[in-house]
Write a protein that binds this ligand. Structure first.
Ligand SMILES: NC(=O)c1ccc[n+]([C@@H]2O[C@H](COP(=O)([O-])OP(=O)(O)OC[C@H]3O[C@@H](n4cnc5c(N)ncnc54)[C@H](OP(=O)(O)O)[C@@H]3O)[C@@H](O)[C@H]2O)c1
Length: 151
């Protein structure tokens, strides 16, 4: 299993990651940061997200999961020390028991409905704040980095 399993997401203020499961996320301003952070590592995504992005993300080992995949087996087959869970909401939930870090970038929107960060959440997670990275100072957009606390 990789040493670092990092959930990375752009979220609205009310905790949504998309308006619906086919939405292309054009409102996120942290794509250059996402690219910089994930390049050279493995990225794990659900089949819905794979359809939305339409092509492989270059410079990264792209791993696409379906409901048939066991998260433990998927993670045990990752050969890089660091891997990113890049979405969507069902996939974040399924891998949530294994994440070691979260990189979350809140954006100034309220969707009210849509795809939640965790679509099928089961267990509470406590986070320890680590770092803020500024994405766009004038728009107040920052990425918050947390370590998952072991319970
Ligand atoms: N804001 C962000 O940072 C961000 C990041 C990534 C994605 N997104 C957005 O999130 C949306 C997609 O999210 P999503 O949650 O719909 O999809 P997803 O996590 O990308 O993919 C859905 C996954 O869940 C599986 N699944 C479907 N129904 C299931 C069930 N009943 N039980 C177990 N597994 C099941 C699917 O497998 P099968 O193939 O077998 O059905 C697939 O692996 C898109 O709009 C995308 O643009 C946003």
């Amino acid at each position: 299993m990789p040493k670092e399993i990092i959930l990375i997401a752009a979220v609205t203020i009310d905790g949504f990651i998309a308006r619906h499961n086919k939405e292309v996320i054009s409102w996120s301003l942290d794509l250059p940061l996402f690219k910089k952070q994930t390049i050279g590592h493995s990225i794990i995504m659900g089949s819905n997200t794979r359809k939305v992005i339409s092509k492989e993300l270059s410079g990264r080992k792209n791993i696409v999961v379906t409901r048939k995949d066991d998260p433990v087996l998927v993670l045990n087959n990752v050969i890089t020390n660091r891997c990113f869970i890049i979405g969507g909401g069902i996939t974040y939930s399924r891998f949530s028991p294994f994440i070691t870090h979260m990189y979350v970038t809140p954006h100034p929107f309220i969707f009210g409905k849509g795809i939640r960060l965790f679509e099928n959440f089961t267990k509470e997670i406590n986070l320890q704040f680590k770092k803020i990275i500024t994405v766009d100072e004038s728009k107040g957009i920052h990425q918050y980095q947390y370590k998952v606390e072991k319970v």
